[in-house]
Design a protein around this ligand. Structure first.
Ligand code: PLP
Length: 260
């Protein structure tokens, strides 16, 4: 039977990030995709021009409709925008007992637009992180969650330990934001072991939606029954190939979620 994955995330009208990237990635990896939309963004490759959050009730209603009929094999969260929506997502995950939960703690778009209100970080720590099978922060997000500065391997490990202690089973800190490195080094920690996931850094400005696509690939692989370590490896290869083949459309940052 086909496996099903749910994304609880924001819409990107430009099709490069958010639920659009998630659903395309689920489809590409052979998993049936479903969505609970949290916010609508007016967006293209040049940036985010408007953010229109839905009510928490609208998010809960979508999640309930899915939970009552189409139980997902894995769930990811993306842009949640505010504390009320974080609570709605966390309650749905808890009440339906959903497993294989991937938290992509989306905070700020590459162009600088706020995708999560800063006062909502505490709600994410209190309610959502404890439900995570794996959380996938980039370095600025890991710094916002932990309050520590990450500029070397040791404090990257420390951030993983802190986030694991907040209740996430595994923490995967993405190295894409590091500067002056020839590699993009992600670090996975499962509470016992650290595993480095290394790829060659590709110099390109066409990386819109990389975080969404990566976490969606991870979610699809978990839905199909992979372990977190194997799913992370597959997702890393998947996003590397996607960045190598970015589509140059629009005048700004092109998307990573197209496949020939
Ligand atoms: N828009 C939405 C709805 C998103 O979820 C995200 C990222 O998670 C973005 C935009 C930002 O994409 P990027 O920073 O990769 O350009």
């Amino acid at each position: 039977m086909i496996k099903k994955a749910l994304t609880i995330a924001g819409s990107d009208s430009g099709g490069g990030a958010g639920i659009q990237a998630d659903l395309k990635t689920f489809q590409e990896l052979g998993v049936f995709g479903m969505s609970a939309v949290t916010a609508v963004t007016a967006q293209n490759t040049l940036g985010v021009h408007g953010v229109f959050p839905l009510t928490a009730n609208a998010v809960s209603a979508q999640a309930s409709a899915i939970g009552e009929d189409l139980p997902p094999d894995a769930v990811k969260t993306g842009m949640l925008f505010n504390a009320e929506i974080i609570l709605a997502a966390a309650d749905s995950i808890k009440n339906f007992g959903w497993k294989n939960v991937v938290i992509d703690p989306v905070m700020i778009a590459k162009g600088g637009s706020t995708l999560l209100q800063s006062e909502a970080v505490k709600a994410m720590i209190d309610y959502l992180i404890p439900l995570a099978a794996v959380i996938t922060p980039n370095i600025p997000e890991a710094e916002a969650i932990t309050g520590i500065t990450i500029n070397n391997e040791e404090n990257k490990r420390e951030a993983c330990r802190i986030i694991h202690n907040m209740g996430a089973s595994s923490c995967l800190i993405k190295g894409g934001h590091e500067e002056n490195t020839e590699e993009s080094a992600d670090l996975l920690y499962d509470g016992k072991e650290f595993t480095a996931l290394i790829s060659k850094r590709i110099e390109t400005r066409h990386t819109h939606g990389t975080g969404c696509t990566f976490s969606a690939a991870l979610t699809a692989e978990l839905a199909k029954g992979s372990t977190i370590a194997k799913a992370a490896e597959t997702a890393k290869q998947f996003i590397q190939a996607a960045i190598e083949e970015t589509l140059v459309i629009g005048e700004g940052h092109g998307p990573t979620n197209h496949w020939a």
